[in-house]
Ligand binder design. Structure first.
Ligand SMILES: *Cc1c(COP(=O)(O)O)cnc(C)c1O
Length: 396
């Protein structure tokens, strides 16, 4: 199909919920993707922190191929081996005792919210179901998770929104403490706010949230949909802070591009769910869990986390050098390979110029350039990307 025809047909047949760049991507390998004209790009979007092992990673491809030919899907009315193997892998490598599988970040958060409410209902009775979330957070697009998302721009026009959510500024413990009431059952937050533009809180903030939750007897829910699976240099971002949540959600990179989400919790919490309370037709099916097993094992065993930390530090250093040369860069920040350049001007032109020069980066919150490349990128690839951003900025 011709590129122009494909774009026209997309607009004709698909609901226009995305602002798409006029490029058709046809294949990928490692940190590279190619468009329909044969042009290559270094992909520092990676499906928005999804393809962490790079495109077409041989172990993930092989796991999917093999499982697809054996058993793709059966109902959760039955037991399957890939599902339990993935659950065991996640439990053994996290604080959690139990997992619920679903298909996306929003669904993982939806399950977390239901679990928190159910736990509160079982232990403290009805009417104690309020959750506190953060301003500028992002938790998904279902009606409940978009309500948990502390950004009005995603909510307008979709009212009535579900009740039971209250927002406080991120990285502000006093505001959080003041907001907790007898009705509060928990706090839900990101370890680093991704969609808001890689907002990294004070080093003691997570500890403070944990302390407040313990003091008030409420739950701490961490949305690690974007920060989890090695993105920040540890398997889960909260591990760097020595803080343990009660519930954690995962999705994005869990299947390296194969759709899968997970809600993890301690036994104390997980016991609030009994058969019939929650379900998902596709959740944890053999194909998705086989892809995720290959992904998690590769992240754990192939030096991926080390590479993420090393190349991430290199990237940040290079970008700080860039900031010395370009007045338009207001701030450079990041952890692992979750990196942002905050600008004094809108970022769209730079994103477009980078694309012309064969680099895909993403702009979030209008003026924040975000890079979330595969965790297997090399210093050389990072060098190339920084040069291209440099050129793009100089050409403005
Ligand atoms: C992307 C994201 C979600 C939503 O995930 P979907 O798979 O798009 O539903 C939720 N929380 C965070 C922190 C995210 O980055």
């Amino acid at each position: 199909m011709k590129t122009d025809d494909l774009i026209a047909l997309t607009d004709k047949n698909i609901m226009r919920t995305y602002n798409r760049t006029p490029v058709v991507l046809v294949k990928g390998s490692g940190a590279l993707v190619w468009d329909s004209e044969g042009k290559a790009y270094l992909d520092f979007v990676a499906g928005i922190a999804v393809c962490s092992l790079g495109h077409a990673h041989p172990r993930v491809v092989e796991a999917i191929r093999e499982q697809a030919g054996v058993l793709m899907h059966v109902s959760n009315l039955y037991y399957t081996e890939p599902q339990v193997r993935l659950a065991k892998l996640l439990v053994e490598n996290s604080f959690a005792d139990k997992v619920f599988f679903c298909n996306s970040g929003a669904e993982a958060n939806e399950a977390a919210i239901k679990l928190a409410r159910k736990f509160a209902y079982e232990t403290r009775g009805p009417g104690r179901s309020e959750l506190i979330t953060m301003r500028n957070s992002f938790h998904g697009r279902t009606l409940t998770t978009v309500t948990a998302t502390g950004q009005e721009k995603f909510q307008i026009g979709f009212e009535p929104l579900p009740r039971g959510f209250k927002y406080v500024p991120y990285d502000d413990l006093d505001a959080l403490e003041a907001a907790i009431t007898d009705e509060t059952c928990g706090v839900m937050l990101e370890v680093i706010q991704g969609e808001a533009g890689v907002i990294i809180p004070d080093i003691d903030y997570l500890h403070g949230v944990r302390r407040l939750c313990d003091k008030k007897g409420i739950l701490m829910i961490l949305d690690e949909v974007q920060t989890g699976m090695g993105r920040t240099g540890s398997l889960f971002a909260h591990q760097d802070y020595g803080v343990t949540p009660d519930i954690m959600t995962l999705a994005k990179a869990l299947g390296n591009g194969f759709p899968i989400g997970a809600t993890l919790a301690t036994d104390r919490l997980a016991g609030a769910f009994v058969p019939g309370n929650h379900a998902s037709t596709f959740g944890g099916n053999p194909l998705a869990t086989a892809a995720a097993i290959a992904t998690v094992e590769t992240i754990l065993n192939d030096g991926v986390l080390d590479n993420c930390r090393r190349v991430g530090a290199f990237f940040l250093d290079r970008l700080k050098g860039l900031a010395d040369r370009h007045g338009m860069i207001r701030n450079v920040r990041g952890k692992g390979l979750m990196v942002a350049l905050e600008l004094d001007i809108p970022g769209a032109d730079i994103v477009r110029k980078c694309m012309e020069k064969g680099v895909l980066i993403n702009c979030t919150n209008n003026n924040i350039l975000r890079c979330v490349p595969p965790l297997i990128v090399t210093e050389m690839e990072v060098d190339q990307v920084v040069s291209v951003i440099d050129e793009a900025m100089r050409s403005l």
